[in-house]
Design a protein around this ligand. Structure first.
Ligand code: ADP
Length: 158
């Protein structure tokens, strides 16, 4: 049987229970998942790429299907290099749709073979984003229902 690999790209600044929910769902369908941290030039990150990778490693420890990587540049170039043509993305609400639709369409224009597969998280994570976590953390609020314990430790140590 052919092994099917998908790439889940994102900022993961930091990883949240919403991302983990998507990874769990994608893991039911794909044999291997590469979770790839990339840096948006437009966004000023809270955590460095190394810290984000470190938090992902901790959150996904023991998950044999998942590999964590980092990349810079165009997603389609990275996909070609990895010989992977499936991209995983999460859809929280209709508000995500416009942005995700645009990215998926552009990626398909740049690389005809690429398919973007969307997963919906459980309802309680619909309003969860890394930026919400960063905002709450900035004011010293409680994020224990939103991110894994190791991320809380990292936030507290800042
Ligand atoms: P990006 O900067 O690419 O949006 P993110 O790390 O914010 O990176 O998100 C990566 C992907 O995970 C995106 O498709 C985003 O919609 C999805 N995502 C983020 N948070 C959640 C969540 N709570 N539930 C479902 N999907 C999510």
């Amino acid at each position: 049987m052919k092994i099917k690999t998908a790439i889940y790209p994102g900022s993961f600044d930091p990883i949240t229970f919403g991302h983990l929910d998507i990874i769990r769902r994608a893991g039911k369908i794909f044999d291997r998942l590469i979770v790839s941290v990339f840096t948006h030039s437009a966004k000023k990150p809270m955590f460095t790429v190394e810290e984000r990778v470190d938090m992902l490693r901790s959150a996904l420890k023991g998950n044999k299907k998942v590999k964590i990587e980092r990349f810079e540049g165009l997603l389609v170039d990275y996909l070609r290099k990895k010989k992977v043509n499936v991209v995983i993305r999460g859809l929280r609400a209709i508000s995500d749709l416009e942005y995700e639709f645009q990215i998926a369409a552009i990626n398909r224009t740049l690389y005809g073979g690429v398919e973007t597969v969307f997963f919906m998280p459980r309802q309680r994570y619909t309003y969860l984003s890394s930026s919400v976590v960063r905002d709450i953390a900035h004011f010293g609020g409680d994020v224990s229902k939103l991110v894994p314990p190791y991320v809380i430790k990292k936030i507290k140590s800042r």
